[in-house]
Write a protein that binds this ligand. Structure first.
Ligand code: FAD
Length: 393
């Protein structure tokens, strides 16, 4: 059996290994337009490659289809799979990483293993078109024509174009009759209506709450990084995805509780007690100077030395509910996942096409996105498992 895989990312590389380990006499070629395999993988998890997550929640993915695929090949099964190919993992809280905590080590190992298994890697070739007939699939690149028994697209999506992110296959699939959901950037910083220039590069551990059309939809403890025009950090990335998943919202805002350890009345009491300790505002003894000035400004209080009781209450409110209105998300080059892609309608439960013969799909090109925490690589691996199961039948 000749299998062609387009894409040398997590989905394509892992799929090739699964097929080779499970199917006798399978001949596999993986084509990629990048010069090197696993280019995006090298950048994952801050260079540590967060492969999976031990705890899946309802909102970890955008759809029930994605959730089901991952539950069928959950973290426990994925850890076993890695072990079966010689990759030891470790879990930090619920996050699963290669034991080496090194994306580079992980990618180097995968590539060496793939070469050992005699899987062909072809680089610097862009797939331009394909044709499926009764039992063969013909693929045309910018250099050559290939003929396979099965063709699997593992071409990712529009996120991080500098690492290979490319939606061009989705445009080709559209012409073949597939339903494609328009892409939006997910897991990325956001721009806010409020100015944040004065607190650029500040970081603060806080509770982040997302409200969409007056309904509080998400809450996460995390570190927020203030950018010159908005907010960043993992909790903000997750908020950006949740906003992008909701295609019809009118207004979204993010509220930061800068002192989540204390209730508002406790914060007020602390502030009342501290209002006399310094000639300068007591805020400078709690927050960094830029943050203290910003809170002072947002609370709209006048006296920089001793505040009135009403002013203290206003400051406490600003600290407990520092609110930013969503303007827009950053671009695809700053995002970790695309929200959108190939819809599941035209696919069977093993991710093979219902409208053409012998064409399957794996990874981020599907309309599936996970929040931060290993959910996207975990999804890519789980889709590879579905494809492998189908070809084993
Ligand atoms: C900075 C960053 C950090 C991340 N960290 C994590 C993390 O720690 N954990 C996690 O779960 N997720 C993380 N993600 C998300 C995760 O990396 C992706 O969802 C996942 O790698 C997608 O894998 P894939 O195989 O589907 O696609 P990709 O890795 O995008 O691979 C697709 C490949 O197809 C090739 N290709 C596309 N079109 C063509 C064509 N026409 N012809 C030939 N080749 C083509 C591309 O060059 C690319 O190499 C991160 C993403 C980024 C950008």
């Amino acid at each position: 059996m000749k299998v062609g895989i387009i894409g040398q990312g997590q989905a394509g590389l892992v799929l090739a290994i699964m097929l080779k380990k499970n199917i006798k006499d399978v001949d596999i070629t993986i084509i990629d337009k990048n010069q090197i395999a696993g280019k995006k993988l090298l950048a994952t998890g801050n260079g540590r490659c967060n492969l999976a997550n031990l705890k899946i929640k309802e909102n970890s993915y955008n759809s029930k289809e994605a959730l089901k695929i991952v539950k069928d090949f959950d973290a426990k099964k994925q850890i076993e799979f890695y072990k079966s190919i010689g990759i030891m993992t470790r879990s930090l809280n619920d996050l699963v990483y290669p034991f080496s905590l090194s994306a580079k080590n992980y990618v180097d190992y995968l590539i060496r293993y793939i070469k050992e298994l005699k899987i062909k890697l072809i680089n610097n070739e862009i797939v331009k078109s394909y044709e499926s007939s009764e039992s063969k699939v013909k693929v045309t690149t910018n250099k050559k024509v290939f003929v396979f028994d099965y063709l699997i697209f593992a071409t990712g999506n529009e996120s991080a174009p500098q690492l290979g992110g490319d939606p061009s296959i989705l445009n080709i699939l559209k012409k073949h009759g597939y339903i494609i959901k328009e892409n939006k950037p997910g897991l990325c910083p956001i721009r806010t209506i409020e100015q944040t220039k004065n607190i650029e590069n500040e970081r603060w551990k806080c509770k982040v709450s997302l409200t969409v059309d007056k309904e509080k939809v998400y809450e996460e403890d995390g570190e927020v990084l203030f950018k010159k025009d908005g907010l960043s950090g993992i909790a903000i990335f997750n908020c950006a995805s949740l906003i992008a998943r909701n295609r019809k919202f009118k207004k979204a805002s993010i509220s930061l509780d800068l002192m989540p350890e204390l209730s508002i009345s406790e914060v007020e009491k602390v502030f009342f007690d501290m209002n006399f300790v310094s000639k300068e505002s007591f805020l400078y003894g709690i927050f960094t100077k830029p943050m203290a000035s910003y809170i002072h400004y947002i609370a709209n209080v006048k006296n920089p030395f001793r505040y009135t009781n009403t002013e203290i209450k206003k400051i406490a409110k600003a600290v407990k509910e520092l609110t930013f209105n969503y303007k827009e998300s950053y671009d695809f080059k700053d995002c970790q996942v695309a929200i959108g892609g190939l819809e599941f309608e035209n696919l069977n439960s093993n991710l093979f096409s219902k409208i053409e013969n012998n064409v399957g799909f794996a990874g981020e090109l599907l309309n599936a996105d996970g929040l931060c925490g290993g959910f996207n690589l975990m999804f890519a691996t789980a889709t590879a498992n579905k494809i492998c199961d189908y070809l084993l039948k």
